[in-house]
Design a binder for this molecule. Sequence first.
Ligand SMILES: Nc1ncnc2c1ncn2[C@@H]1O[C@H](COP(=O)(O)OP(=O)(O)OP(=O)(O)O)[C@@H](O)[C@H]1O
Length: 243
Amino acid sequence: MIQISDVTKSFGGNKAVDGATFDVEPNKVNLLIGANGSGKTTIINMISGLLHPDSGSITDEGADITHYTPDRIYHRGIMRTFQTPRLFAELSVMENMLMAAKIDESFRHALLPSKWSAAQREARKKATEILESLGMGELGGSLAYNLSGGQIKLLELAKGLMARPRTILLDEPIAGIAPALAHKIFKTIRGLAASMTFLIVEHRLDIALGYSDRVIVLDDGRVIAVDAPDHVLSNEKVVESYL
Ligand SMILES: Nc1ncnc2c1ncn2[C@@H]1O[C@H](COP(=O)(O)OP(=O)(O)OP(=O)(O)O)[C@@H](O)[C@H]1O
């Protein structure tokens, strides 16, 4: 479980996150919502090590990761995606997937060509499985710049899964995606939550709530509610601040 405890982060005089405390429960789809500028992405950036809190702490399975660098966070099994996908447009879908593969430490240190090719074969197999599970099995050879907006979002998720994360932080995974594909992305997330933890920032509540287990609501950098998806929209504080 990831625990965010009394975390504060300011940019100049602007308190983006102001004493936020909440848990990211394991094997659940945890949804993080709030108005524009309420601090959601800043929290994702702090959990993934891109930013560090001014005060407060972040723990993962009891370990204090508050000041870990992004690569240490990644090697703990915490993976993130970005609002704007970061792909290599000139490379194929499969090549993008292979770039995201986590090479086992022993292979990195051994530097034996035979081991590298074994690692590559394994990564390619894993990439094929993930692409197929997301209905993108046919697209391995396509150049990333030929993908639709929805397929790009799916590839971003697929790349995230290549590192076999325990926890995955998704920043607006369905922004700008047509409803049918958006539902498909969330259905996939729902299925994966049996063996993985999700913390998802998303504005499209009409879709996201139906696939979430719990909702954390931010207002002006503070957590104002942690509620069940079917109660959150009638929570007075949430209606007042966000809806
Ligand atoms: N690097 C930065 N430098 C200065 N101010 C920042 C920076 N990052 C975020 N902020 C400010 O911190 C506040 C919270 O921003 P953040 O991006 O975390 O909000 P958000 O809830 O993710 O918003 P959105 O829903 O629009 O993505 C905003 O006032 C924003 O302008």
